[in-house]
Write a protein that binds this ligand. Structure first.
Ligand code: ADP
Ligand code: MG
Length: 255
């Protein structure tokens, strides 16, 4: 596949294909298909739970969780609204009414870890520093609003220290080394994008952790928001992330 070099890339489909070119990384990519009726049927049959999302989207807008409950019972949640159906056709017609963008993809759903019964995922910030060397500069956890299926800060999610969110699952050294593993995964992803000559200087990786602690790559952002790190009480990560972002030409005030 040939991809035009650019500073940012919107298409979640293209960004997924770049990950799949790397065998090691492809293990952490949830199965992804372009949204069609047939693809939805077969993905539900296989995974029972999937996420449907706009190919070009952000802030968790338009992201829908779909569950197949038993052989003829289907349910979806969009925003805070949940609807159930007892046949596929009615379900499919209703689901399509929630689609406001041109193209969508279907992704294998990951059963995310929870904090106080709310799902959470992780954002890993990877940036080019001085000498153009990639560094994992930040990591943060994001807890979903109790009635939502997305964790985005701009969709009522709450950013919190990852150490806190992982606290009931992993302790001390185990927790430290798991976070280190996530940071290394972020670096590997950045290297994979660079190999394909994509001109990004920063990426923000959304990683969903399942109950077996598999770090699934849910999304790679190419214009990641540094300001989410300002939500942490400890400002050290935020200062570094913003410093690097500015050095990379972002958020520089015009004189
Ligand atoms: N396959 C998935 N399994 C579980 N949760 C998911 C999945 N895909 C997305 N999510 C949830 O929805 C959020 C938004 O999805 P994402 O793909 O990051 O799109 P956006 O560009 O809108 O942020 C994620 O941060 C995560 O909380
Ligand atoms: Mg995201």
């Amino acid at each position: 596949m040939k991809i035009k070099s650019s500073r940012t890339l919107g298409s979640k489909w293209t960004k997924t294909q770049v990950l799949l070119m790397n065998k090691e990384l492809s293990r952490f990519v949830p199965e992804t298909r372009i949204y069609t009726r047939d693809a939805l049927l077969s993905m539900l049959k296989k995974h029972k739970m999937v996420y449907v999302k706009p190919v070009n989207g952000s802030f968790g807008l338009g992201v829908i969780r779909v569950d197949q409950i038993n052989h003829n019972k289907y349910r979806y949640q969009a925003g805070t609204v949940t609807r159930s159906f007892v046949n596929f056709n009615d379900f499919f017609v209703s689901l399509n009414k929630n689609k406001f963008k041109k193209s969508y993809l279907i992704q294998q759903g990951i059963h995310l870890l929870t904090y106080n019964k709310r799902i959470f995922d992780t954002r890993i910030m990877v940036q080019q520093g001085p000498l153009k060397k990639w560094e994992s500069t930040g990591y943060i956890g994001r807890v979903a609003h109790p009635n939502k299926i997305v964790t985005n800060f701009h969709n009522s999610g709450k950013p919190l220290p990852l150490e806190l969110l992982l606290g009931s699952y992993l302790k001390d050294e185990k927790k430290k080394s798991y976070i280190l593993k996530l940071k290394q995964l972020g670096l590997q992803i950045a290297t994979q994008y660079q190999k394909n000559r994509l001109g990004f200087k920063e990426i923000g990786v959304d990683i969903g952790i399942d109950k077996q602690f598999v770090p699934w790559i849910l999304e790679v952002n190419t214009a990641p928001d540094p300001f989410i790190f300002n939500q942490l009480k400890d400002k050290r990560m935020f200062h570094k992330v913003l410093h690097y972002a500015r050095a990379n030409g972002r958020f520089v005030k015009a004189k």
